[in-house]
Design a protein around this ligand. Sequence first.
Ligand code: SF4
Length: 369
Amino acid sequence: MITHPCGQLSPRGVLDMGRRCPHSCTFCFYSFYDNSDDQFHYLRRAPWVSGEALRRVLDSFVSWGLTHFDYTGGEPSLHPECVEITRYAHRELGLKGRMITLGMFLLAPRQRGGVLLDDLLEAGLDDFLFSFHTADPALFKQLTGAELDKLHRVMDHLDDRGFSYCINIVVSSLNEQTLSETVAALGGRRVRMVNFILMRMDWGLRNRPNIAIAKKGRLTHTIRHLTAAVDLLNQSGIAVNIRYAPYCLLKGYERHIVGYKGLQLDPYEWRNGTLAASEGVPYLKCHTLDEHRHEVVPRFENDPVYKLVFGPQCAGCGLRPICDGADAFYIEEFGWEEFVPYAPPVIHDYVHFRHDYPGVFLMKEQPHE
Ligand code: SF4
C-alpha cells in the first residue's frame, strides 16, 4: 500500500464502459434518464463504448499523469472487450483499475474454460468496488433485482486469494435499518474500505423527484442508522467514506465526509468526467489545485444537474465554503429544520477534517494486498 498525500488531486480517472445494464437498482441515478415511464428503459438500451474509444481514454489517463482508474457503466463486467481492455490498461499502460460492479457475472463460465473473474485477474485487474447494499438477500433482491449469494461467492473467491477490495453501500430509507447488520456481515472478509453513498437525486432522478424523495427518506433517521454502522467499521479498522452529506447532520463524523466539492481531492474519486468518457471523448475535469478551487468547486454551486441549495442559516456557518449544502428537492419536501450551522472560524480547506485519517488515502499497489 502507498499513501496518497492528503490535499493533492486524485490520481484516478473514470473509464465509462457504456451505460448498458441488466440490473434494476431502485435508487440508480440513471433511472428515468431518457424520461421514459420505464425506470430502466435507458439502461437496457444504452450502447457500449467501443474498445477503440476506451483505449483512447486510457491513453489519455497516462498522458495526464493519472495512475489509477475506475471502470463504471452500466455493468462494466458485461462489456464484450472487458478482459482485453483490462489487459491493455494494466499490462501495456501500467495503470491500476478498480471495477465497480454488482458482481453477478464474474463467475460466468468463459468459452475457453474458467470464469470471467480469473481472466480479469490474470489480465492484471487490481481492485473491485462491489455494490453490497444490504446483507439481507430478500432486500438485496428488492433493491437491485440481483442475487446476493452470487456476490458472496465472488468475495469468497477473492478472500481465498488474499485480494482486498472496497464496498459501496447506497443508503436510502429502504435499507437504512439494515446498515449495522450489513457491515457486520462483511467482518472477516478482505474489505479495506466502505463507501456509504447517501442516495442522490440528480441525473435521471431529476425527472421523477417525488419517487426519488420517497426512497431517500428523512436524513435525520438515515443518519442515526448510518453512524451506528460507521462506529462498527471504525472499531474493526476498515476505512469509511460518506458521500454527499451536509456536514451539520454528521457532527463528529466529519472526517468521513466527501461531498461534491471534495471529490477531486479524494484518491478514490475521479478527475475526469463520466459524460465525456461515455462518449469516448478524453476530458480532464481538473488540472491543478488552483483550478479546483476557482473553477471546479463553483460549478457545483451553480450546475442545475446537482441543484444544490443553501439555507439562510448557512450564510454564517463555519463550513459554508467546503459544504455542498442540500438538494433542492429535499428542502422543498422537508425544509431546513434539521440543519444546524457551525460556529466560526470559517474553514476553507476541503480536506480540513481528513489530515489525520490516513486510512482513506491508502492506495493498493499489488492485487494481493
Ligand atoms: S453550510 Fe449549511 S448545510 Fe452545510 S454544514 Fe453549514 S448549515 Fe449545514
